[in-house]
Design a protein around this ligand. Structure first.
Ligand SMILES: *Cc1c(COP(=O)(O)O)cnc(C)c1O
Length: 369
């Protein structure tokens, strides 16, 4: 065949570099002939505690019904979210992971001739979702690895329809304080949507949590995005949500797949939302684990970016090489990589105490090797 069939795809789609996920445990076991049980994965910011007992029970209860389509409107989950956060159900958009919600924003509001503002080192899905719609990414230099919100406000031009803000950000773990974020919102014109992605919100100390849900009333251009993948432990089921002005939510709901969230995910998420005890345990474990990894990094003389998420990003120098040495020791972490502009960094998810210990020992050995 003479023709490359890729060429049939629009150039803005063709030039997308695929998202690099954390390596699955089964893949590493296959590649290096290792025992799956001995492998620890600290590569995708998953919850080391798994899921709570109530969530497990809700999934079991939903299983016999999976021959049926899910509730395409996600009534019960929306009702649970509405009760918890005091947001009208018409303001809620559910997604197949919060990634889906981000894609829906792009699908509904971006396109050729439009632009989105984002920070350097921000979550990789923002440039991907922007580019996939043929829109232009305006990437603003970071300040201490975090979002320079003042510069981002200045970067908004007449073609800008969306600003992506990850708070805390992944992969750097940086946080914009509530008052900085609010000042930013006051500066952004109402015709520009501000997406505040709070995937790690549940891991923040209460005084660092912005009142974004309350701000929705004052700022109709605000879209708050959250997930059940992190503190709630449901990464494998794929469920997240967005809160937005009813008109914004309406357009997003028009462009989503009719059954974008599966029935097990809907049932599990509604139950997980009520399992406060599990979220509290995840929060506490994360605080301890963060201290453990910070202390370990200091002992090894490795600089790290202070993190507000459930992960920490360490500067190890030759990151791709250290990553490989860790793999041989059955430890999977994430090289942040050149695409993020951080070629010397590894991002490590906070695990259980035993996992963190094993990682630190493997890291020390890998640095010596
Ligand atoms: C993990 C993460 C998400 C969400 O992932 P989903 O599993 O799709 O909900 C969204 N934003 C950021 C910044 C993340 O780190």
């Amino acid at each position: 065949m003479l023709m490359d069939l890729c060429e049939l795809s629009p150039s803005h789609v063709r030039s997308i570099a695929p998202y690099q996920p954390g390596k699955p445990i089964s893949e590493l076991a296959r590649e290096l002939g290792l025992d799956e049980k001995g492998i620890i994965k600290l590569a995708s910011n998953e919850n080391p505690l798994g899921i709570g007992p109530r969530t497990r029970a809700a999934i079991d209860a939903a299983l016999p019904e999976i021959a049926r389509y899910p509730d395409g409107n996600g009534f019960e989950l929306k009702q649970a979210l509405s009760r918890r956060y005091g947001v009208d159900m018409s303001c809620i958009v559910l997604g197949n992971g919060s990634n889906d919600v981000l894609e829906l924003v792009a699908l509904a509001f971006l396109g050729p001739g439009r632009a989105a503002v984002m920070s350097r080192h921000a979550f990789a899905v923002y440039p991907l979702a922007t580019q996939a719609r043929g829109a232009r990414s305006i990437v603003v230099p970071a300040k201490n690895y975090g979002h320079d919100l003042e510069a981002m406000a200045r970067a908004i031009d007449e073609e800008t329809y969306v600003v992506w803000v990850a708070n805390p950000n992944n992969p750097t773990g940086t946080l914009a304080r509530p008052e900085e974020l609010e000042a930013f919102l006051r500066k952004v014109p109402e015709r520009v949507l501000v997406v505040v992605d709070e995937a790690y919100n549940e891991y923040l100390k209460p005084d660092l949590r912005a009142d974004t849900v309350k701000w929705l009333k004052r700022h109709p251009n605000l879209v708050v995005v959250r997930t059940f993948s992190k503190a709630y432990g449901l990464a494998g089921l794929r469920v997240g949500y967005g809160f937005a002005h009813p008109s914004v939510a309406d357009v997003m709901n028009r462009v989503r797949q009719p059954f974008n969230v599966n029935s097990l995910a809907l049932a599990a998420a509604a139950a997980a939302l009520d399992d406060m005890e599990f979220v509290a345990r995840s929060y506490a474990l994360n605080l301890q684990g963060m201290a453990q990894l910070e202390e370990g990094a200091r002992r090894l003389g490795l600089p790290f970016i202070p993190s507000y998420g459930n992960f920490i990003t360490l500067q190890v120098g030759k990151a791709p090489e250290i990553y490989k040495r860790l793999l041989r020791r059955s430890v999977i972490v994430r090289p942040v990589g050149g695409g993020y502009g951080l070629p010397e960094h590894l991002r490590v998810t906070i695990g259980t105490q035993a996992e963190n210990e094993k990682f630190l020992a493997a890291l020390a050995a890998s640095l010596r090797e």
